[in-house]
Each structure stands twice: as structure tokens, then as C-alpha cells.
Design a protein around this ligand. Structure first.
Ligand code: TRP
Length: 328
């Protein structure tokens, strides 16, 4: 085994193409080489979602069905729910003692959230501590590699800072984990903006073929290409961006066809929809199986969390001992 990996996703329900390419597809491959821990980080979801907790259960279920249908294998990987392993929260508390506020205040992700969510001075304590909780997710399994997208690099750096400080102050308990950057193309939303549920521009990997066709049909192409034979500009066309990602073997031919006015948008979109439908065919079949019996998912994740907890308890014990919190 090449090492230990931890990665997590906030429970957002059914995953979209961006979530899939940005993380899940990669996780499935990493299982072959690494000892993997994959966490549903439900506590992290509360940092911004504490007013609508009624959604969390359903979102966890739908997301886990996606994970297992896409090939996360509970025989190979440990799949856990963060709040089922309360040691994450306890280690977070210990880490919070050694984390200076300025480390958290300069967090660029937080700054973005403050802007996007209109939080201004209204930042809650939990949200400020988001990266500390993330550090405890990673370090409690002594992970040395963390596969994440570019937006999370700062958080993993902070994890290293916290580990380093802990090791220096007390005992050498934690490894200094590395970012394992997932180099994947960013999938834009169907409108060309960032793909996001709140913007309503997503394609879910579990969308049935009809829905995929429908969504692709409404995508806006090069607005100057009105008639079939008008020459188009693939470089400014979202549909072409998708073609490059999901139809890589044909993208050159599509580009030429578009530019020379031989390939019309309707035809081009049909091809794209078909490529997407094919890519997730096996996934949809597997998903039906889990949908019929979601209890299986529950059992897997309870079992996984138990397994995770054994290791988490061990690490937390070491951390507490290093901090002289082992009275008796
Ligand atoms: N912050 C991550 C995200 O938003 C989710 C996450 C929480 C995570 N804990 C983690 C990712 C630990 C990697 C490792 O995508």
C-alpha cells in the first residue's frame, strides 16, 4: 500500500458531474493503491447549514448511494460518517487550543464564503474552525495524502501546520500530510457558470437518460451559430467544453465539424447527451439495486464507522497522552 488517504465530502445529496470528476472518480481508482478512508463530513455541513438540518439525513443517503454505485468498495475502503466517530470532534477541540486565530482568519475559502453567503461579521465559531475540524478528520487516521481539488489546498496546508505545531509542542504523533491534487477539467454548469445546485445548472450523475437529453438540449452554444451551416466557435461553447471532457476521442472531429459549418448544434448535442448517457449506464444500473434496499447502505456505513472508530480512538489516545491528559 502506497500510504493512507483521507478524503471527505459534505453531504449535498445526489452528486453532479463536477463532484464526480473532481473527486469520486479519482477515489475509486485510489482504492487500489492506498488504504482509504472516505468520510461523509456531516458536521462540516452544519457550519453553514445549521438552519436546515432536516435535509441532512436524506442528503447523506443519496450521496452514499452515489458513492457505492460509482464503485467505492467497502471491502477495500473504510467509509464513515464523521459524526458517528465522535473522536473527530474531540481531537478538533484539542487542536483548537493550539491553533492561533490569525491562521483561521486568513483562510481564503472563508473569505469567499463570507462574500457569497453574505455573512459579513456574522461568522459563527464553527465555520471559523472549519479547517481545524478538517485537520482532525485527516490526522485522526494519520493520513499522509489527501486527494482534494485546488480550492482545498490551503486547508491541507493548515492541517500540516497544526500537525507540525502539535508534534513540536508535545510528541511526534502526526504525519505531515500532502495534498494529492486531482488534476481534472472543471466542468462548468449547463449555463457556463460554476456548476452548483443553488444555481440550478447541474447535471446529476444519476439523471435518467431523458433528463440528460433535456438538459443538454437547453444548453446555450455559440450564439453566432444560428443556422446549421454557420461556422461556429468551439472555444467559446459550453457544449464543446463538455465534448472535450466526455467525448475526448471525438473532440477534434467535432471542433472541425463545428468550425466548418458541417456539424450543427442539434447533432452535436445529441452526441454529447449520448456520451453522458453511456458513461453512467452501469452506474445507473447499480444505483437501482441500492435504491431498492437502502438498508444495505446503512449497514455498510455503520460497520465502516465502527472500524474507523477503533483507529480514531487509538490516535486520540496517543494525542491525549502526549498532552498529559492521561490521568489514572
Ligand atoms: N472541505 C472539504 C470540501 O469542502 C470536505 C472535507 C472535510 C475534507 N474534511 C476533509 C476533504 C478532509 C478532505 C479531507 O470539499
Amino acid at each position: 500500500m502506497a500510504g493512507i488517504i483521507f478524503s471527505g465530502m459534505r453531504p449535498t445529496g445526489r452528486l453532479h458531474l463536477g463532484n464526480y470528476l473532481g473527486a469520486l472518480e479519482n477515489w475509486v481508482k485510489l482504492q487500489e493503491e492506498y488504504k482509504c478512508f472516505f468520510g461523509v463530513v456531516d458536521l462540516h455541513a452544519l457550519t453553514t447549514g445549521y438552519t436546515h438540518t432536516e435535509e441532512v439525513k436524506e442528503n447523506i443517503k443519496e450521496m452514499l448511494i452515489d458513492w457505492f454505485s460509482a464503485g467505492i468498495d467497502p471491502e477495500k475502503s473504510t467509509v464513515l460518517i464523521q459524526s458517528y466517530v465522535p473522536e473527530h470532534a474531540e481531537l478538533h477541540l484539542l487542536f483548537s487550543m493550539i491553533t492561533p486565530l490569525p491562521w483561521l482568519e486568513r483562510n481564503p475559502v472563508l473569505k469567499e464564503q463570507v462574500r457569497d453567503l453574505g455573512l459579513k461579521e456574522n461568522i459563527n465559531y464553527g465555520l471559523l474552525g472549519y479547517p481545524v475540524l478538517m485537520a482532525s478528520d485527516i490526522l485522526i487516521y494519520k493520513a499522509n495524502a489527501v486527494p482534494v481539488g485546488e480550492d482545498q489546498i490551503h486547508h491541507v496546508e493548515l492541517t500540516r501546520e497544526i500537525a507540525r505545531k502539535f508534534n513540536n509542542l508535545y510528541e511526534n504523533v502526526f504525519p505531515l500530510p500532502q495534498v494529492k491534487l486531482t488534476k481534472v477539467p472543471r466542468v462548468p454548469g449547463t449555463d457556463g457558470k460554476r456548476m452548483s445546485k443553488t444555481l440550478g445548472n447541474t447535471i446529476s450523475i444519476s439523471d435518467p437518460p431523458e433528463k440528460i437529453k433535456e438538459k443538454v438540449k437547453t444548453m446555450i452554444t455559440d450564439t453566432e451559430k444560428i443556422r446549421l451551416n454557420d461556422p461556429g466557435h468551439p472555444d467559446i461553447c459550453v457544449v464543446f467544453t463538455y465534448q472535450e471532457i466526455f467525448n475526448p476521442g471525438h473532440s477534434e472531429e467535432i471542433s472541425v465539424g463545428c468550425k466548418t459549418g458541417k456539424l450543427g448544434c442539434v447533432e452535436c448535442k445529441k452526441g454529447l447527451a449520448q456520451a453522458l448517457i453511456n458513461k453512467f449506464k452501469k452506474f445507473r444500473e447499480k444505483r437501482k439495486y441500492y435504491e431498492k434496499d437502502p438498508e444495505i447502505i446503512k449497514e455498510i456505513v455503520i460497520e465502516g464507522s465502527k472500524r474507523a472508530r477503533k483507529i480514531a480512538k487509538q490516535t486520540l489516545g496517543e494525542a491525549k497522552k502526549a498532552m498529559n491528559l492521561d490521568y489514572e
